[in-house]
Design a protein around this ligand. Structure first.
Ligand SMILES: Cc1ncc(COP(=O)(O)O)c(C=O)c1O
Length: 358
């Protein structure tokens, strides 16, 4: 039996995609072997890989002066590689501090660069993102880095800021959830294991101008230009994850693309927040304008009931609702693959739990 999986990542994958993968796992396209067993240099894999890339470009309407890379190393490698390439100890980069992931990006950034934290919401336990009017931007900053969706706190900045420095965004938990204007960004990165597919793949969308800004001392593996020149095959790419991501892109196209996803995702999020806000038993601490449409943290009035809540939820097939270990409470991650019915099932359970224990 398939459960409702609210995991923040690795997260749910559309069931139809998994069925398709299952049907071709042993024999891909009459090749007599699994896609996992094929050379990444083979014409068959190349076709799969380039179709996935094209579908991703179509879905996100990525302009021609950008390249899309399919890399390993996760978002963590990205927020380490970015300062290594685009700044130095003699220069400075701007970072917004709005949650755990932007904080980690800052600590890695400090190893390679001076960092100007333009604003922080840490004092308020990251229950909001700092207002743009309060940002102390440096006109000489090499770039501006932020996380539009902080997965742990469920805090989002819904529109890209209008600033002069090149904008770099960690979109790990929000990529493909709604249309975005890629031209506003110089670099977007995202681990695949939330809204795309299996862990092991990291998407990078990079403006080609950024290749000229790279630190030439880095080894080739840590240069975006080298990955771009080799079409993301500088070394062996995560072939299975790339193939599966391609299937998710096809699924997204069939579902109506990112505008259709936006409608579905806002409906799911609004339905869940509205129930939480109208209950005196559950609450969400995040400022309304900064609420994430992908990760919905909530707490029970009585913390002692947390473990009972989680256990009974699991008995109903509502899995992985435990909040991040640093925050406690609950968190429902409702990425693209979670249908509205999953949100209804969760709310039905929450209502019953409230009636019994409230
Ligand atoms: C916003 C954000 N950034 C970075 C990461 C780290 O990703 P990875 O484990 O792929 O390095 C995560 C993972 O949960 C995340 O949610």
């Amino acid at each position: 039996m398939r459960v409702r999986n609210f995991c923040a990542g690795p997260a749910a994958i559309p069931e139809t995609v998994l069925e398709e993968v299952k049907s071709e796992l042993l024999d891909w396209g009459d090749s007599g072997m699994s896609i996992m067993e094929m050379s990444h240099r083979s014409s068959i894999f190349n076709e799969v890989a380039m179709t996935a890339k094209k579908d991703f470009i179509d879905l996100m309407s990525i302009p021609d002066d950008y390249d899309v890379l399919f890399l390993q190393g996760g978002a963590t490698q990205q927020f380490s590689m970015i300062p290594m390439n685009f700044s130095s100890k003699n220069e400075s980069a701007d970072y917004l501090l709005s949650g755990t992931w932007s904080k980690l990006a800052i600590s890695e950034g400090l190893k390679f660069s001076n960092i100007n934290v333009v604003a922080s919401s840490e004092d308020g336990n990251f229950t909001s993102a700092p207002e743009i009017e309060s940002w102390n931007l440096d006109s000489k900053a090499k770039y501006f880095h932020y996380a539009p969706n902080e997965t742990i706190q469920g805090v989002a900045i819904h529109n890209p800021p209008k600033i002069d420095s090149p904008i770099i965004a960690d979109m790990s938990s929000v990529i493909l959830s709604e249309p975005i204007d890629v031209s506003k960004f110089s670099l977007i990165y995202a681990g695949a294991q939330k809204n795309i597919g299996p862990a092991g793949l990291t998407m990078v969308v990079i403006h080609k101008e950024m290749f000229e800004q790279e630190n030439s001392d880095n080894s080739n593996f840590f240069k975006y230009s080298k990955h771009s020149e080799s079409n993301s095959m500088l070394n062996t790419p995560p072939t299975f994850a790339w193939y599966l991501a391609g299937k998710v892109f096809k699924w997204l196209k069939k579902e109506g693309g990112l505008e259709a996803m936006r409608k579905k995702n806002y409906l799911k999020a609004e339905t869940l927040y509205s129930y939480i806000d109208n209950s005196s038993f559950f609450s969400n601490p995040v400022k309304i304008d900064n609420r994430s449409i992908m990760n919905v943290p909530f707490v029970l009035e009585d913390k002692d009931l947390d473990s009972v809540f989680l256990q009974q939820a699991e008995e109903r097939g509502l899995m992985n609702l435990k909040g991040h270990r640093s925050l406690g409470g609950m968190r429902a991650s409702i990425y693209n693959a979670m249908p509205i019915e999953g949100v209804h099932d969760l709310i039905d359970f929450m209502k019953e739990f409230e009636t019994k224990n409230g």
